[in-house]
Design a protein around this ligand. Structure first.
Ligand code: HAM
Length: 426
């Protein structure tokens, strides 16, 4: 027996009792994406490190200290993807689906970040990401929010999340603001912690969302990016807010919302679920109109966001017990062989019923034992019905159906099995 082999810190197993909830939630999310005309893209989990360095920014926490990077057997420096946007653009450039085109794409899967694990923060976690290319907004910015709201409503969490928005303006406006912010930070350097001092010249905007209470207090008086927006970005943001108002969407403008990745400009958004505690952002994103230019050399406006699936599921389970209590793992019919020497009779019967009722769940007992033991297994699996076959019944083309919910049972001819199951389970 192999001892002491455990999963890697921060990387979880998802066991069958939780994957059934995941599947239900994924179906809801995907149906709504389809409803808005989004198409799935499946991307590799590994990309070259240079992609992330160029796309996310060399002085972000993510690239500086959170990436899983390794040298492969060819000597190439590769990284387990920490997010999906960069890979999606890489794919778009490679396959030519970004140049002068409109795309509405989604992807889902694991991402890897070497962060300190805690509740809601893992080293391997799952995202559902959405990327839209070729649209300048703000209509599409608002439609993405509407799609988010449709998700929340379908999952019953619409009253447990709130929306924060901000605008980062154009690259030039952002860089002007950066200089103003650095001046403010220099004046108040004595109030900054070591990490903030380190970031002061490399990535001063991240200090705006520092979690250190003293720094937070100081930053209340910092200049606000919204006051330094360029004219076009101002108009964009005003229209975005106006559309949200017209659609009756509640939101807060958070002047300190800057996001952790360097590629954003103009609209940035986060959906927060306060009840989740420290890791309360379930979904975040924004515009990144310059990233395609930076990586491909041609202009393609873009916007997207990613949903943290673990955080979403934790919220859904806590506020919407239907998902937790509905036992999706239960089965419809458990087929019992009672002293049936020839198992093939049970297999043939099960196959023919599955042909007729493909939507139901049938499990056949292959462990054998007494009728009682097999019935106990059926009860443990939360079966609604048991279908009993024995030598005598099989020879006379009959079976017993017992309803475990009511305790009633009946002997039926083989020809009537499907109809009887249908009537009992409908
Ligand atoms: P992000 O804000 O880094 O954005 O991640 C998006 C979401 O992933 C977060 O709001 C959170 O719910 C979840 N998440 C992030 N890190 C972890 C973690 N360590 N453990 C559990 N959940 C986590 C992006 O990744 C951008 N690519 C989003 C985007 C797409 N922007 C434009 N397009």
């Amino acid at each position: 027996m192999i001892r002491n082999i455990r999963s890697v810190r921060g990387m979880k197993d998802y066991l069958p009792n939780s994957t059934v909830i995941w599947q239900q939630i994924e179906i809801i999310l995907k149906n709504i994406l389809r409803n808005y005309g989004y198409k799935e893209i499946r991307l590799p989990i590994i990309e070259k490190i240079s992609l992330y360095e160029r796309a996310i920014g060399n002085v972000t926490d993510l690239v500086e200290k959170e990436m899983y990077t390794f040298i492969d057997r060819n000597g190439d420096s590769l990284t387990l993807r920490p997010e999906g946007t960069a890979g999606c653009i890489r794919s778009g450039i490679e396959h030519g689906f970004l140049y002068h085109q409109e795309q509405r794409l989604w992807y889902m899967g694991p991402m890897f970040r070497h962060e300190r694990p805690q509740k809601g923060r893992y080293r391997q976690f799952n995202q559902m990401g959405i990327e839209v290319f070729g649209l300048t907004g703000p209509n599409i910015d608002v439609e993405l929010i509407m799609m988010n709201i449709r998700w929340w409503k379908a999952l019953g969490i619409e009253n447990h999340v709130r929306l924060e928005i901000n605008s980062l303006g154009s690259i030039e406006a952002c860089s002007n603001y950066r200089n103003v912010l650095i001046k403010f930070l220099e004046k108040n350097e004595h109030l900054l912690d070591e990490q903030c001092k380190h970031r002061m010249y490399t990535n001063p905007m991240r200090i705006l969302d520092s979690k250190n209470p003293k720094v937070k207090e100081l930053m209340q008086n910092a200049p606000k990016i919204i006051d330094y927006l360029d004219n076009d970005s101002n108009i964009h943001f005003e229209k975005f807010c106006k559309l949200l108002n017209e659609l009756d969407v509640k939101y807060d403008i958070n002047p300190y919302l800057v996001r952790g990745l360097d590629y954003y400009n103009r609209t940035v958004i986060e959906w927060i679920a306060d009840s989740l505690g420290a890791q309360s952002t379930i979904c975040g994103g924004g515009r990144y109109d310059n990233l395609v230019m930076q990586l491909a050399g041609y202009h393609t406006p873009a916007i997207g966001f990613a949903l943290g699936i673990e955080r979403l599921i934790s919220l859904v389970e806590s506020v919407n017990p239907v998902f937790k209590t509905t036992n999706y793992a239960s089965i419809d019919v458990y087929i019992i062989n009672n002293n049936l020497h020839n198992h093939i009779a049970a297999i043939i019967l099960a196959e023919s019923i599955r042909d007729a009722m493909p939507e139901l769940i049938f499990v056949t007992d292959f462990r054998g034992g007494s009728l009682k033991k097999q019935t106990i297994r059926a009860v443990k699996l939360n079966a609604s019905l048991i279908l009993i076959l024995d030598e005598y019944l099989a020879n006379s083309n009959r079976a017993v159906i017992k309803d475990l919910r009511t305790g009633t049972q009946q002997i039926i001819d083989r020809i009537d099995i499907v109809n009887t199951l249908y009537l009992l389970l409908k």
